[in-house]
Design a protein around this ligand. Sequence first.
Ligand SMILES: C[S@@+](CC[C@H](N)C(=O)[O-])C[C@H]1O[C@@H](n2cnc3c(N)ncnc32)[C@H](O)[C@@H]1O
Length: 270
Amino acid sequence: MTERLTTYYRDHWVEVEPERMARYEAMFQWRDGHEALIAPAAIGTGAVVADYGCGPGALSIELARRVGAAGKVFALDINAAFLSRTAAAAAKAGVDDRVETRRVEGAAIPLADASVDRIVCKNVLEYVDDPAATIREFRRVLRDDGIAHASDSDWGSVVLEPLGERFDALMSAAGIAFRTPRIGRKLYGFFKAAGFADVRVQVLAAPDTTGGLRPVIANMASYARQSRRMDGDAIDAFLADVDRAIGEGSYFALLPQFLVTGYGRSWSAQ
Ligand SMILES: C[S@@+](CC[C@H](N)C(=O)[O-])C[C@H]1O[C@@H](n2cnc3c(N)ncnc32)[C@H](O)[C@@H]1O
């Protein structure tokens, strides 16, 4: 693999060109359907919460509303532009009194030991250098009565009919954008190894028959294009066939989300 491709999984988040920034802003909006993805984190009033890999901030703002004025949200990301957008969104939503942005610069999370009640991490661990080490960091910064909760995809568990085999080829090219594309199935083991008192896991998968996942498929296509491992015309033809399947009603997709929740030391007594 060339040097450019070897580090693309990280570099494409550190530098986000305007076209992708606009696409991500639209993709990462908070939606009612996301409620189930963060429910196990049990966010309550007054909690100090870290949103690890906050993106442009939609989830951080939602968390800030839930913790109220007595709570606090640390919005953490490797991308400085996402942090600026999160700060601006917090000001617009009137919750900037409780949202603090911090840049992640290496393996360590920029928070003190045992300093947060909750960590929420949504669709981020597939990109980090060493997910087991990041989850150990979650354990370090969490209070004993805290909860760390991650949800992520597993790109080896996607269903896309009637284009499944061609999607596998596309994902093989798009894989440059991920450090651990099959992160979903690995999260449970990583949380167990990090020493949480208890670890619970759920898998949620809502069937998509109308093209709701079309932006996600288009995003994968853009990564495959970047890789130059798949012919551009073949990618265009693939997307046209996805659209045709949606139009004809033969399209059926599943993108399971793996939810893993780790409980701090004092939960073992409960
Ligand atoms: C797919 S987006 C998810 C954004 C948000 N959590 C959401 O679900 O809407 C992935 C985010 O992880 C961030 N990210 C990637 N690698 C990271 C790392 N090593 N440490 C912290 N954040 C990272 C990216 O900059 C991006 O904001």
